[in-house]
Design a protein around this ligand. Structure first.
Ligand SMILES: [Zn+2]
Length: 89
């Protein structure tokens, strides 16, 4: 039984989709249970309603940024670096 493993050891969640930089969807690789980050930053069960909200969030993110969220973007904002260089001389 796949679910028995989860009952004993807990779920083994992996990121299945990056919706925005802060909202992600997770899937348990043992039983397939899905979670998502809600607007308060808490993990909740990924219901069809939340999937709908995430689809909207994802399309808004792509419209604004022109691409899917990537983890590298959070560490190196190029605009701030550019301003620092132009003001230092
Ligand atoms: Zn599980």
């Amino acid at each position: 039984m796949k679910n028995l493993h989860c009952k004993i050891f807990g779920h083994h969640y992996q990121v299945s989709r990056e919706v925005t930089l802060h909202v992600k969807e997770y899937t348990c690789k043992n039983c397939g249970k899905e979670l998502t980050t809600n607007s308060n930053g808490y993990l909740v069960e990924l219901t069809p309603k939340y999937r709908e909200i995430n689809d909207v969030l994802a399309s808004m993110f792509i419209k604004r940024h022109g691409h899917l969220p990537t983890t590298t973007e959070t560490t190196t904002p190029p605009l701030i670096v550019g301003n620092l260089i132009s003001f230092s001389h």
